[in-house]
Design a protein around this ligand. Structure first.
Ligand code: ADQ
Length: 481
């Protein structure tokens, strides 16, 4: 590995922990998820620090409680406290009501507020000031995601010598959308203060370059399309596409376990003689849940012979629950499920099973393993890990993945999946019907292709390729096959 020899500092909006309160009692538990799993071994090995908000909405969880987790994690956790006002304006406000919808091409959901923008800048500065004393020359500071776009700029102002890299987990929008952002120049300029910028796909990287070319005509973009450098203000910034992935072996192993096999069998035992179509999402308007429900209704209308023979299992984990727009969306989804079920339910068959809670991993994987069809139709998604988790869990090599062409995952999974435009509900219905009829050999052919792809390009390879890129003069991301 050619990456820098020093330690690694990971900076993300949230630390990989969960702070919970019960009355006066505050407790801290380690978090889970692909990013922590992939980064933990590198952080332990190289020495590392993870900095981020502790996630405590009251902003007064004792830091010692969080730091105590460091010894069990094997690397240091440094919490950054945010006041309720900062959480409201930087996180719920600018990050989630401005950048999130804009970067997902959903301009209609955007709210532009100068107050929120100012707090976003202030909090990004606060993060940089917490990081600076921890970093030495030779270290790598790896900042994650859209909440922290300006951290590189403020780190530069503090005179930090370490290399600075940034990875964007969500898409980068086309220029004609990004141009609407009143603070577009400041954000682009700040991103160009990093040494390496990582995107999920080539398309995101192209969108970014188009923005830089338009905003800063004096900047020069050099190199091969897959290996580009921007010369800006006397500095060189390298760009790469690094499609994030999952811990394939962990999902594969869990899906093959007896515990999951038993749970999977029970799911089908309770819903006998039918094929199960699965949707799994965070409850977010970018995930296209209402459109998916509509497509399922069209399926039942257009192909009456399928009634009683398929059930949609929609699992949604509530998110951003204090935001009125998300509450409304949830109510709307629940109403639609009720309406479709009211219209089509008959003896022994309910068309849609709706589960709205966070499921423990073995339970979620049981659904992945047992459902014959996965219907993953975000309107836009940086990557979409659910699609990859489904493939890794299909241990019997059967199952059909229907995937939105607007998910980053479609770039690498396009050959094995059935791709759809999530807005075209009639086509989605037709594809569900095609998946329903697909022969076993065809399913096996496609699923083994998908599983090989996810196995090869797993999250450990993603971390390696990113770290290699920061130390490599000829940037050629290893993530894309
Ligand atoms: P997300 O928008 O959160 O991530 P996604 O990549 O699909 O989207 O990850 C969702 C995660 O939540 C998955 O690991 C899934 O297992 C889990 N999950 C979903 N529903 C669940 C439930 N009911 N119970 C338990 N777990 C559940 C952002 C970007 C994505 C990008 C990732 C990683 O928006 O585009 O893929 O970061 O970069």
């Amino acid at each position: 590995m050619v990456s820098p020899a020093g330690k690694i500092l990971i900076v993300s909006n949230r630390l990989p922990i969960r702070v919970s309160r019960e009355g006066e009692q505050i407790s801290v538990k380690p978090g889970s998820g692909g990013l922590v799993t992939a980064l933990a071994p590198v952080l332990k090995d190289r020495g590392g620090v993870w900095l981020g908000w502790d996630g405590d909405p009251m902003g007064d969880a004792p830091h010692t409680l969080v730091e105590d987790q460091s010894s069990s994690a094997g690397y240091q956790l440094k919490p950054i406290s945010l006041t309720p006002q900062e959480v409201g304006e930087y996180y719920h406000g600018f990050s989630n009501e401005t950048l999130w919808p804009l970067f997902h091409d959903l301009l209609g959901h955007c709210r532009f507020s100068r107050q929120n923008w100012n707090t976003y800048r202030q909090v990004n500065r606060k993060f940089a000031e917490a990081v600076a004393p921890e970093a030495s020359a030779g270290d790598l500071i790896w900042v994650h995601d859209y909440q922290l776009a300006l951290v590189g700029r403020y780190l530069k102002e503090t005179g930090v010598q370490a290399k600075k890299a940034f990875f964007l987990h969500i898409p980068f929008p086309p220029w004609d959308l990004f141009i609407r952002l009143p603070w577009r120049t400041e954000i682009l300029n700040a991103l160009l203060d990093y040494d390496l910028l990582g995107f999920q796909t080539e398309r995101d990287r192209r969108n970014f370059i188009r923005g830089v070319r338009t905003c800063f005509p004096a900047s020069r973009v050099t190199g091969h399309p897959r290996n580009q450098t921007i010369d800006h203000g006397g500095r060189q910034i390298r760009l790469g596409a690094f499609p994030i992935s999952i811990d394939y072996e962990a999902f594969n192993r869990l899906a093959a376990s007896e515990e999951v096999a038993e749970k999977a069998w029970l799911i089908h035992e309770r819903l006998p003689d039918r094929k199960l179509v699965l949707g799994v999402d965070r409850l977010d308007y970018t995930k296209g849940i209402p459109e998916r429900l509509e497509a399922f209704e069209v399926l039942l209308e257009k192909y009456p012979q399928i009634r009683g023979k398929v059930t949609l299992v929609q699992i949604a984990v509530p998110s951003r629950i204090h935001v009125p727009e998300y509450q409304l969306m949830r109510e709307n989804i629940e109403r639609t499920v009720g309406r479709i079920n009211g219209r089509y339910t008959k003896d022994g068959w309910i068309p849609i099973h709706y589960i709205c809670r966070n499921l423990p991993r073995p339970e979620l994987v049981s659904y992945y393993r047992t459902c014959e069809i996965a219907l993953i139709t975000p309107l836009k998604d940086g990557m979409n890990l659910v699609a990859k988790e489904y493939c890794a869990s299909c241990v019997e090599n059967i199952g059909v993945l229907i995937l939105s062409e607007f998910a980053g995952a479609a770039v690498t999974l396009r050959r094995g999946a059935l791709l759809v435009n999530p807005y075209n509900v009639e086509d989605v219905a037709d594809q569900i019907f095609e998946a329903y009829q697909m022969t076993r050999p065809e399913q096996q052919r496609r699923m083994s292709q998908l599983r090989r792809e996810v196995q090869r390009h797993n999250v450990f390879r993603w971390v390696d390729s990113f770290l290699e890129a920061i130390g490599r003069p000829d940037l050629r991301p290893g993530g894309v096959g």
